[in-house]
Write a protein that binds this ligand. Structure first.
Ligand SMILES: Cc1cc2nc3c(=O)[nH]c(=O)nc-3n(C[C@H](O)[C@H](O)[C@H](O)COP(=O)(O)O)c2cc1C
Length: 196
């Protein structure tokens, strides 16, 4: 499978700091790697309904769920570009990840096997200056990747409140320059790394 990036934009506004930072980083991924960008506010997913233990989930064939499923399956690298909302991912982003639970239980999809070995990345903007307040978001993405047996490239963090603020965060812009060139090891749950 040739390399392909999917950027999933989770902000409730377009052109915000998270998207600006993600676009900055995306100018420097490995050359000639195709990118697809999907904004969840423009393409809202339906609420996730958990029928896992009552019936099979059906593969979506139309609408945003089908768009996102097909884009996810087509990508080797999935970038969750979510602002920090209440110390974690935005509701749009969380709903996208909730849909993964349905795709895991969709007969014929083999979603977990398909995703194993692919890479999950995060990009987030936050108003707080102290970056450790984003630990819950980082943990969510790391553990999601570990559960899915994916690689995890980490989270690119940038500071800002009003749109455009992040472009004054020189540290974030510097990190963006090499972010997607980083090694992305297989993700591990914290209890697994504690044993090593
Ligand atoms: C609903 C909501 C929750 C937020 N929660 C946090 C938070 O927990 N910590 C923080 O530092 N900033 C928080 N912020 C500020 C945003 O992270 C910040 O404005 C960021 O730049 C927004 O990213 P965007 O421009 O990509 O939308 C919150 C903003 C909103 C609208």
């Amino acid at each position: 499978m040739s390399r392909r990036f999917l950027f999933v934009l989770g902000s409730s506004r377009s052109g915000g700091n998270t998207e600006l930072l993600a676009r900055h980083a995306a100018e420097r991924p490995p050359a000639d790697v195709p990118q697809e960008w999907i904004g969840l506010a423009r393409h809202p997913l339906p609420d996730f309904e958990d029928v896992r233990h009552d019936s099979d989930h059906l593969r979506p064939t139309e609408g945003t769920a089908a768009l996102l499923l097909d884009a996810t399956l087509a990508a080797t690298d999935i970038v969750i570009a979510s602002p920090l909302y209440w110390y974690s991912v935005s509701a749009h982003t969380k709903r996208y990840l909730d849909h993964w639970s349905g795709w895991l239980r969709t007969p014929g999809l083999e979603f977990r096997r398909e995703m194993a070995g692919r890479t999950l990345w995060g990009v987030t903007a936050l108003a707080h200056e102290e970056r450790e307040v984003a630990d819950p978001l980082v943990g969510t993405l790391n553990n999601t990747a570990a559960y899915m047996r994916m690689r995890f490239g980490g989270v690119l963090l940038g500071n800002g409140s009003r749109p455009g603020d992040v472009l004054r965060d020189a540290g974030a812009l510097g990190r963006a320059g090499t972010f997607f060139a980083q090694d992305a090891p297989l993700a591990r749950f914290p209890y697994e790394t504690a044993l090593v």
